[in-house]
Ligand binder design. Sequence first.
Ligand code: URP
Ligand code: ZN
Ligand code: ZN
Length: 465
Amino acid sequence: MTRAAELDLVVRGGRVVLESGTIDADVLIRGRRVAGLVRRGAVEVSGARVIDAHGRLVLPGGVDVHTHIGVAFGEFRTRDDFASASRAAALGGTTTLLEFAFPEAGETPAQAVRRRIDEAVGSSWTDIGFHAAVLGEAGPAALAEVEAAARLGCPSVKVFTAYRGLMMLELGDVLAVMRAAARSRSLVMVHAETESLVERATAELNAQGRGSSRDHALARPPGAELDAARSVLELATQARAAVYLVHVTLPEVASEIGAARARGARAYGETCPHYLLLDSSVYSRPCPERYVCSPPLRAPGSARGLWRSLGGELTGVHSDHCCWGGDQKAANADDSSRVPPGLPGIETRMPLMISEALAGRLALTEVVRLCAAAPARLFGMPAKGSLLPGMDADLVVVDPDARAAIGKLHMATDYSPFEGMEVRGRVDTVVAGGRVLVQGGLWQAESPAGRFVRRRRLAAATSGT
Ligand code: URP
Ligand code: ZN
Ligand code: ZN
C-alpha cells in the first residue's frame, strides 16, 4: 500500500460513475481538486477526512446550465436568491450553476453580467457562471456587449422569440445577435416559440372563455415551438453561429436540430425533467397553474420521443428552475397568460434522472453525460463534469438502495411539480470544490464559498458553420 501525502479528503470504497464507464475506486482530493482515482484501498490515508462510500455510487456533481434565480417576470419576482437556490441545488446533487444575467431597466447586457456576478459571489454555495442576454431589442450597443460578456468569462447569450414586450426579439434582431455571437465564439441560447402563434391561440381560447390554466397546453401550441425552432436553426446556419435550443418539448424539434447538424450547423438542445416525466394531463389536476410553463407540458407521446433524443440531438437535461410560490402561481390562475411561467426544479433534477437510471430507463453514465459532462464541455468548463485527476472536486455520493417519495424540499417555495413521486436512490453526500456541503443527507457547510466560473469560448468553427 502506498501512502498519499497531503490529502484533504478521501471518498472511499464507492462505485465511481464517469461518462466513459464505472469503476470501483477511491477518490483522492487535495484542496479544490481531484488528486487521484485509485483502486479501492490502494492508498493509505492519514490525516485526511474520509467519507465511507461502500455500497454507494459516486458521480461528478451536477451541472445545471438553465436556472432563473431571484429574477423578475412581469409583476412577479421569484422567491429565491443565490443562497437559497444554490443550497437547494447542492442538496439535490448539483454543484455548478449557469444562471442568466437579464438586464434590468437601463442596464446593458455586460452591466447585468457584472451585477449578477457581484450578487452571487459570497452568497452562492456552489460554483456559478452566467449567460448574457439581449432582451427586447438588439441595438448596436447591446450587440457589442456580446463580446464584452465573453471577455468577462460568459461566452453565451440568451434570446427569446416569445414574451412580447418583456423579452422578445424580432427575428431580424435574433439574426444580428447570432452574427455577433459567431464573431465572439459565443453560444446563442434560444427560447423558441413564435409569439404571434401563441397570441392567436390564446385569443381564440379567450373568445371561448377557455383562457384559464386548465387549457394552458392549448394556449402555446406545438406548432409555435416547431415554427420558431425551424426559423432560428435556419438563421444560425446563415450566421454561422452555434445555437442551443432551451427547453425542447417536442421530438419534432429534436429532429430539426439533427437535420440542421446534418447540414453542417452547430446545433444543440436541452430538455427538462418535467418534459420527460410529466405530460399535459397535469392541467386537469387541482392547481393546474402550478404546471404553467413555456412551452407547456405536452401530450404523453412527446415525452416518449424526447427520451429517444437524449444523448443525440438533445445534449443535456436542465432544470429551467423558476421558484414561484403557490400563491404567486394562483394569483391569476384563471388567465394562464398572466401566471408567472416556469417550475421549481433545481433540487429535483439530479435525483429524478438518477432515479430513472436506477429504474433501468437510461444508464448512469448517460446521467453523468446529460447532467454534467456534456454541458461542461459545451459551455466551456473543462474542470467540471468528471472525476478524473485534475478536475474540480465536485461530487455526489448516492445510496442506490434508498427509495422515498418526493416530499419536503429546500427550494424557497411551497410546492414541487413532482410531489409524491417515488424516487429510487438518495443523495447522501455532496462535495463542492473539495468542501463537504452535505453528509448523510444533512447540510454541513457553514459559509458559502462558491466561485464565479469563468468559461472558455467555443472552439473556432472548422467548416460549414
Ligand atoms: O416557463 C418558463 N420556461 N419560464 C422561465 C422562463 C423561460 O422561458 O425560460
Ligand atoms: Zn424559456
Ligand atoms: Zn428558462
